[in-house]
Design a protein around this ligand. Structure first.
Ligand code: ZN
Length: 557
């Protein structure tokens, strides 16, 4: 029996930070081993939202924030203010630190007699005899909701018995207050530099949960509390951090976050978070990435091919099988394709004819009699001249193969004959090398063309696509964002090329220009970068911004 996915409970956490001569320190409490969740762990103060956090009465005691502005900041319709209140309430309950204003509008600083009185109120609150509003009213305090800033959003992964939908906040530590654990849920506390906390966890001296480690890593970037607050207050959507788990190379579960290569794929092939997906690509092993769609990766990993070239098999016994990109002519890979196919291979489709994508077509066609689709190879030595399609595909042609409609999108740029195939019902696009995961696609003139490439990227904005299935790497989600990232990256590189050209008063050769324009790139990649640099220069020449003569380039002023 499969257990239902647990709905995450809304929660709030606050990271109190203070400046020291050695960078910022953050406040952490240690949870007791008597609790179910995060037993004995070091955490930031926080916890689940309480029904009282939603009351109108407490909302009226919040400074500088309404439910509308708070909800807007969190990207929810309503109820946002309760997260701010919960963060401040939990901080008071667990650590005795109160982010509040006194009746004279000064921030709460606790003289000894006040601290004692508040300590009694805190005990009564812990025993549920009074509410947080009662505490505030007794002291004529208001909640300093203007002093904490929304920092990040984490959701516990599926498959866990307790799940939280947690908003993290950051704040300057209140001055003139001394923390004290509640000796109930929390048994200790400390101020610690984020990097030191990570190191202690590595050494096994303290226990940290995965989101805490990742949060500490992100906090280690900030030199001062002001930097941290400025970052948090910059209006921008926060990346939802919803970790996912898969099986790593060592056979053990591995936790991934957005940005990790296998992250999007795990969400698609293992929505329940059972851990059946793998966090690595294993050559020759079929992975079902969508209903009736398998990926089999060739064992040709490398600098230009990532984990290896992906071949995709679409269809089943009833429909017959279509293979997209049979890959390099490796006998073991062709055998793996034939073995993985859940039916007879009737169609072979190629995205382009670089030597790692199409050469196995010859052998696979010989062994299956399949019909070959694609565009013929352009006349260059890095192209597979054995590739001879039975059907020459054209832009926007709809192919009915293997029970699916695959629409051809001609996307020249990486190669002049590069096409993508869009599986319309799965909203899944097989991109070949138009977009690959984890590295920049090489644009190598004369067949490659930068301006054409950028125009072809924009073609994808017109299509309904949920996932990209690249020629190299895992499934990628959010195609629009992926394309925008590439466009920004290319523009950024072009700016660097122009800036590099500007440093030369005389016409300059590729060899002289590459170390300047690609000084942020490892030197061993400069030879490959030279091809893309050439492509950028060609675009600038086409735009008449750069003059080219005698193998040298000069920026027009
Ligand atoms: Zn290619």
């Amino acid at each position: 029996m499969t257990s239902p996915i647990v709905v995450p409970r809304p929660a709030a956490t606050v990271i109190l930070a203070r400046d020291t001569n050695d960078g910022i320190e953050v406040f952490m409490v240690q949870r007791t081993t008597e609790v179910v969740f995060a037993k004995g762990m070091h955490v930031f103060p926080g916890g689940g939202l309480d029904p009282t956090d939603h009351h109108d009465e407490i909302a009226s005691l919040c400074v500088g924030l309404t439910d509308a502005t708070a909800s807007n900041a969190l990207g929810i319709d309503k109820g946002g203010l309760a997260y701010w209140i919960a963060a401040i309430r939990e901080c008071f309950e667990e650590a005795g630190l109160l982010l509040g204003y006194r009746h004279d509008n000064e921030l709460v600083q606790l003289a000894e007699h006040e601290a004692l009185r508040l300590s009694d109120l805190r005990s009564a609150l812990a025993e549920n005899k009074i509410t947080f509003v009662d505490v505030l009213k007794a002291e004529q305090f208001r909640v300093a909701t203007d002093k904490i800033a929304y920092y990040s959003h984490w959701i516990t992964m599926p498959g866990r018995p307790k799940r939280y939908d947690t908003r993290f906040f950051v704040a300057q530590a209140p001055v003139g207050q001394v923390a004290k654990q509640d000796d109930y849920e929390t048994v200790g506390h400390r101020w610690i530099r984020p990097a030191d906390a990570i190191e202690k966890s590595r050494l096994g001296e303290i226990d940290l949960m995965f989101p805490t480690i990742k949060t500490l890593e992100s906090l280690a970037r900030f030199a001062t509390v002001q930097d941290l607050l400025d970052y948090a207050r910059t209006p921008k959507p926060k990346q939802l951090m919803a970790p996912r788990t898969g099986t790593g190379r060592d056979g053990k579960p591995e936790i991934l976050i957005p940005g990790d290569y296998a992250y999007a794929e795990l969400g698609k092939i293992d929505a329940a978070g059972v851990g059946v997906g793998k966090t690595y690509i294993e050559p020759g092993v079929a992975v079902e990435i969508a209903p009736n769609v398998l990926r089999v990766t060739a064992s040709n990993p490398g600098m230009m091919t990532g984990p290896g070239t992906n071949s995709y098999l679409i269809g089943n016994h009833d429909t017959g099988i279509a293979v997209i990109d049979p890959g390099p002519p490796l006998a073991e890979h062709i055998d793996a394709l034939l073995k993985a196919a859940r039916g007879s291979i009737k169609w072979i489709l190629c995205t382009h004819t670089h030597l790692d994508h199409s050469p196995a077509t010859l052998e696979l066609k010989a062994r299956t009699g399949a019909t070959v689709y694609g565009m013929p190879p352009p006349p260059y030595p890095n192209q597979d001249q054995t590739f001879a399609p039975d059907v020459k595909v054209t832009h926007q042609q709809a192919l009915q193969v293997a029970g699916a409609t695959l629409r051809v999108i001609h996307t020249p740029g990486h190669a002049s004959n590069q096409v993508c195939y869009l599986h319309e019902t799965e909203r899944l696009m097989f991109t070949g090398d138009h977009i690959m995961q984890g590295s920049t696609v090489v644009i190598s003139p004369p067949d490659g063309n930068m301006a054409t490439y950028l125009a072809s990227l924009r073609l994808l904005f017109d299509e309904k696509i949920d996932f990209l299935a690249p020629g190299h790497g895992f499934l990628m989600d959010k195609p629009t964002e992926a394309v925008e990232r590439i466009l920004v990256h290319r523009q950024d590189r072009e700016n660097k090329v122009v800036a590099a050209l500007r440093t030369f008063k005389q016409p300059v050769s590729l060899e002289e220009l590459v170390p300047v324009a690609y000084k942020d790139t490892a030197e061993k990649l400069h030879k490959v970068a030279m091809r893309s640099l050439f492509a950028h220069l060609q675009k600038l020449v086409e735009e008449q911004r750069v003059v080219f003569a005698n193998e040298r380039w000069l920026l027009k002023h």
